[in-house]
Design a protein around this ligand. Structure first.
Ligand code: ATP
Ligand code: MG
Length: 474
């Protein structure tokens, strides 16, 4: 029965979680097993919380720095001072213990954003910085190196304070600090996160504190564990995620107000929407600004088709016909609801496909494990809904199927999501294939808006005609 095979598939997937070794997040948190409903009736709050999950997921599955060939945009506070960038870590004259830590992490040279950000952050006198670049370009590593360079290990009190929007993201960043500081054991790190019971009034000795805004505020004000006047470097990481998390903005500003004049302020974000910008302006005085645009996704190398169907069964048959006619290395299939995704996964497994399913009800580590297995080619088909795949980078997919066309939460065309889904294929000059399943007058209209918006023809494909399908593969 479908349900049985489905249950088996879930068991199998859940067992893969074990492959993600040594994640401390598993021990302490319960927030990451939070249920997310992606059946289209999510509240705004849930939508926003997803940004933290996505950010975490990207970190869990990422094995390398994301290369970006776009130009870096640098706006200096003092336009007369020479622009200084480095191509090697040696040029930064890091402490030998830190250089060793950097190399041990497998970093051979600074990433694009690090080339410019590191000299600014390490300059004397300290300069404030707002840096924006897409996820995975090396922002976290950059400010961690800056914090580790600025602390004086002989002083036994907090000197660097770093704030992250969620518990899980704080632990992730903490892990980077620990790794990079591995050969610098005199520098100690404290985690100001929920569940960390502390005694009131006994000042902590760790030089670096990483935490979430609420707990950090408590440690400064209520418990008096940190003297904010002694902080030299203040870092706000994931500013975009932070802003999306209710209440964090005010708390961060309250913390920032307690810091001494001359404390270095560093703010990092993967996106640069107006809200981030406004927040940044309130928090960071006289900043230098570094921006690195996301690499443009284009549809130039992607062949797009649509198939007319009457029902989801009909769509499934069309899908089987496509699979019967052409060899598909790896495909990603997007459904509108979790229910359809579940159903489709069951049907495809019955047909003997190795299917991975990414669903909002899975804990974040399970999702990371599923994506990782798919990336490693252990499964050839990944079925997912919009909510849990947005922002996730899996690059080597050759075919994308929109089992349901992407829609925004009001049911209107969503160009950005369409581009992002389809853009997964056809990267790096490879040719990609995208098939859209159209099942109503309305979805035909939506398809037409995508066609118009991107000014790219989406041709009809008759999936009953095997010869025709074979042709699209060539
Ligand atoms: N110079 C480097 N050389 C090689 N790998 C690097 C370098 N800098 C960072 N990395 C690696 O690249 C990955 C992404 O880096 P990092 O987490 O710093 O990016 P980020 O810009 O902070 O991303 P996010 O916006 O998702 O937080 C990590 O696995 C990190 O270890
Ligand atoms: Mg980061």
């Amino acid at each position: 029965m479908a349900t049985d095979s489905w249950a088996l598939a879930v068991d199998e997937q859940e067992s893969t979680t074990k492959t993600i070794g040594n994640l401390r997040i598993m021990e302490a948190g319960d927030a990451n097993s939070r249920q997310i409903d992606d059946d289209g009736d999510k509240s705004d709050e849930e939508e926003k919380e997803d940004r933290a999950t996505q950010s975490l997921l990207n970190k869990l599955i990422r094995s390398n720095v994301v290369n970006n060939t776009n130009q870096v945009e640098v706006l200096q506070r003092d336009p007369n001072s020479p622009l200084y960038s480095v191509k090697t870590f040696e040029e930064l004259r890091l402490k030998p213990q830190l250089l060793k830590g950097v190399y041990e992490m497998g970093f051979n040279r600074p990433s694009k954003i690090q080339e410019n950000a590191l000299p600014m952050m390490l300059a004397e006198p300290p300069q404030n910085l707002i840096a924006q670049s897409q996820s995975g370009t090396g922002k976290t590593a950059a400010f961690v190196l800056a914090m580790l360079s600025h602390v004086d290990p002989s002083l036994k009190w907090p000197q660097c304070l770093c704030i992250s929007p969620t518990y899980e993201l704080a632990l992730q960043t903490g892990k980077v600090i620990e790794q990079m500081g591995k050969f610098y054991p005199e520098v100690k790190l404290a985690y100001a996160v929920r569940g960390h019971k502390m005694e009131r009034g006994i000042k902590i000795k760790e030089q670096i504190v990483i935490g979430t805004p609420g707990t950090v505020l408590d440690w400064c004000i209520k418990l008096k564990l940190i003297d904010p006047k002694k902080i030299k470097v203040f870092v706000l990481d994931e500013a975009d995620v932070m802003i999306a998390t209710q209440g964090h903005q005010d708390q961060s500003i309250r913390i920032q107000r307690m810091l001494p004049k001359g404390c270095q302020m560093l703010l990092f974000s993967a996106t640069f929407e107006d809200s981030v910008w406004k927040f940044a302006e309130r928090v960071v005085p006289d900043p230098n600004i570094i921006k690195l645009k996301r690499e443009e996704e284009t549809l130039d190398t992607i062949k797009q088709y649509y198939v007319l169907c009457n029902s989801k069964e009909d769509k499934f048959n069309a899908l089987c016909n496509i699979y019967g006619a052409i060899t598909i290395a790896q495909a990603m299939i997007f459904c509108h609801t979790r229910k359809t995704a579940n159903w489709l996964a069951g049907q495809l497994s019955k047909e003997g496909h190795q299917v991975a399913l990414l669903s909002g009800e899975m804990a974040v580590e399970q999702r990371a494990a599923v994506i990782e297995r798919f990336r490693d080619g252990k499964e050839k088909v990944l079925i997912t809904t919009n909510v849990c795949a947005r922002g996730i980078d899996v690059e080597q997919v050759s075919v994308v199927i929109n089992f349901d066309l992407p829609l925004d939460k009001d049911g209107n065309p969503d160009n950005e999501t369409y581009l992002h889904r389809i853009g997964r294929t056809g990267r790096f000059g490879k040719r990609g294939l995208a098939v859209n399943m159209v099942d109503s007058q309305r979805s035909m209209e939506i398809l037409k808006t995508y066609e118009r918006h991107f000014n790219k023809k989406i041709a009809r494909l008759d999936t009953h005609d095997l010869d025709e399908i074979e042709k699209i593969a060539n």
